[in-house]
Design a protein around this ligand. Structure first.
Ligand code: 5GP
Ligand code: MN
Length: 350
C-alpha cells in the first residue's frame, strides 16, 4: 500500500525534514542500534520498542531491545517479546548492549530517570541518542528529540516516522501488531481527547496491511486470570472511597489485599479508569503498595482537571494532564491515605 497524501500531510509536526534527515543519518551511520523505554513498561512502551525493532529489521538493521524491567504478562503475546533483554534479570548483557551501541532509541519517556536502573547508562552512553515521546516537559538528553505531547501515543509517532520517511512498506504484520497495541492501550481504546482523525487514519493504514484488530484486543484484554477479575471486584466493592462533593474516587490496595488475590504485575491495570467511569467523578486515584513503605500512585481525570500538575507537585511523579503517576515513599498505606486526603484538601482550596 502506498501512503496517501492525507496521511502524509497530517503526521506530527515534529517530523520535520531536518529531523527525518538526522534520523536517516543516525541509522545509516550506526552498526549497533539499541532501543529502550521507561521502567514498568506499558503497552505503548513495549509496542513502540517492538514496532521500531520489527521496522528496522525489515530495513536490514538488527537492533537490540533492552528494558529496565518486566512488563505485565498481558503483553507477552506481542511478536518479538522473546528477544527483549531485561536489565532487572540480565544486567550484564543489558549494560553491554547500551554501552556498545552507537545509536540509542529512547522511546515513550521524557527524562533519563524514567528509565529507572538504566538512567545512568543512558546518560553516559557514547551512542547518538534519539528520543521519541509524547510526555510534557522533556529533559534535553538526546541528539534528536521528537517530543509531541499532543500525540496520544509514542506508537503513533513511530508510525508517523514510517509514513514521513517512506518506510511504510517496511511495517510488517508483526510491527503493525506491536504499534496497534501501543496506540489502543495509551488512548484507552481510542477514547482520550488526544485521539485525532490522524490517529484513525494511521489505524486504517495498519488494517490495510492485514492487521486483525480484534485479535489484538482479544489477546490483550480478554485473557485475564480469574483472580485478577476478582481483585477488581474486591477493589471496587471494598476499597473504593468516594469524596462526593469533590468528585474524587480513591482505591487503595495494600500488600495483604494483593496477596489475597495472587497479584501479578499488571493485574491492577485499568482499575483507575473504572473509578473515572463513575458518574460525577472528575478525578480518580489508584494507590498500590508495591513493596513495604512504597506506594505507587495512578491518577486520571476528566477535562480541565490537571493530574500531572498534582502528581508533579506532591507525588514525585508526572505524566499527562489527564493521566499521571507518582510514588509515595516511607509510608504505610494508612499514612499515605492521610497524605492524599491532606493534599487533595489543599489542592481544591487553592
Ligand atoms: P500509569 O498510571 O499508567 O502508571 O501512568 C500514567 C502516566 O503517568 C504515564 O504516562 C506515565 O508515563 C506517567 N507516570 C507514571 N508513573 C510516573 C512516575 O513515577 N513519574 C513520572 N514522571 N511519570 C509517571
Ligand atoms: Mn505512552
Amino acid at each position: 500500500m502506498t501512503t496517501d497524501e492525507n496521511l502524509l500531510n497530517r503526521v506530527s509536526g515534529q517530523w520535520t525534514t531536518e529531523a527525518l534527515r538526522t534520523m536517516q543519518e543516525i541509522l545509516s551511520g550506526s552498526s549497533k542500534v539499541a532501543i529502550t523505554a521507561h521502567r514498568s513498561p506499558d503497552g505503548d512502551a513495549v509496542g513502540s520498542v517492538l514496532g521500531l525493532y520489527h521496522l528496522l529489521a525489515r530495513k536490514g538493521i538488527k537492533a537490540s531491545v533492552v528494558l529496565p524491567d518486566r512488563f505485565p504478562s498481558f503483553l507477552d503475546w506481542i511478536p518479538g517479546t522473546e528477544s527483549i533483554c531485561f536489565h532487572s534479570e540480565q544486567s550484564k548483557e543489558s549494560e553491554e548492549i547500551i554501552c556498545s551501541a552507537d545509536a540509542l532509541f529512547c522511546l515513550d519517556f521524557n527524562a533519563p530517570d524514567r528509565a529507572g536502573s538504566l538512567a545512568d547508562l543512558i546518560v553516559s552512553s557514547s551512542a547518538r541518542r534519539v528520543m521519541i515521546d509524547h510526555h510534557r516537559d522533556p529533559d534535553s538528553f538526546a541528539d534528536l528529540m521528537i517530543s509531541d505531547p499532543s500525540c496520544g501515543s509514542t506508537c503513533e509517532l513511530i508510525c508517523d516516522w514510517a509514513i514521513a520517511s517512506g518506510n511504510w512498506s517496511n511495517v510488517s504484520l508483526d510491527a503493525a501488531k506491536a504499534l496497534y497495541t501501543g496506540i489502543v492501550t495509551d488512548t484507552g481504546s481510542f477514547r482520550f481527547p488526544s485521539v485525532s482523525a490522524h490517529t484513525h487514519s494511521v489505524i486504517a493504514a495498519l488494517l490495510d496491511l492485514g492487521l486483525k484488530h480484534s485479535e489484538v484486543h482479544e489477546a490483550t484484554f480478554d485473557d485475564q486470570s480469574l483472580s485478577r477479575v476478582q481483585l477488581h471486584g474486591f477493589a471496587l466493592s471494598e476499597r473504593l472511597k468516594i469524596r462526593k462533593g469533590a468528585g474524587i474516587g480513591v482505591i487503595a490496595l495494600d500488600l495483604a489485599d494483593l496477596e489475597r488475590f495472587e497479584y501479578v504485575s499488571g493485574d491492577t491495570e485499568g482499575l483507575v479508569n473504572r473509578i473515572l467511569g463513575i458518574r460525577g467523578i472528575q478525578m480518580a486515584i489508584f494507590m498500590r503498595e508495591s513493596e513495604k513503605g512504597k506506594i505507587k500512585m495512578s491518577l486520571r481525570s476528566k477535562g480541565y482537571v490537571d493530574v500531572q500538575a498534582l502528581a508533579t507537585a506532591h507525588f514525585d511523579g508526572g505524566g499527562h494532564k489527564n493521566a499521571a503517576g507518582g510514588i509515595l515513599r516511607s509510608m504505610t498505606m494508612p499514612e499515605a491515605r492521610l497524605k492524599v486526603d491532606e493534599v487533595l484538601g489543599q489542592w481544591f482550596n487553592t
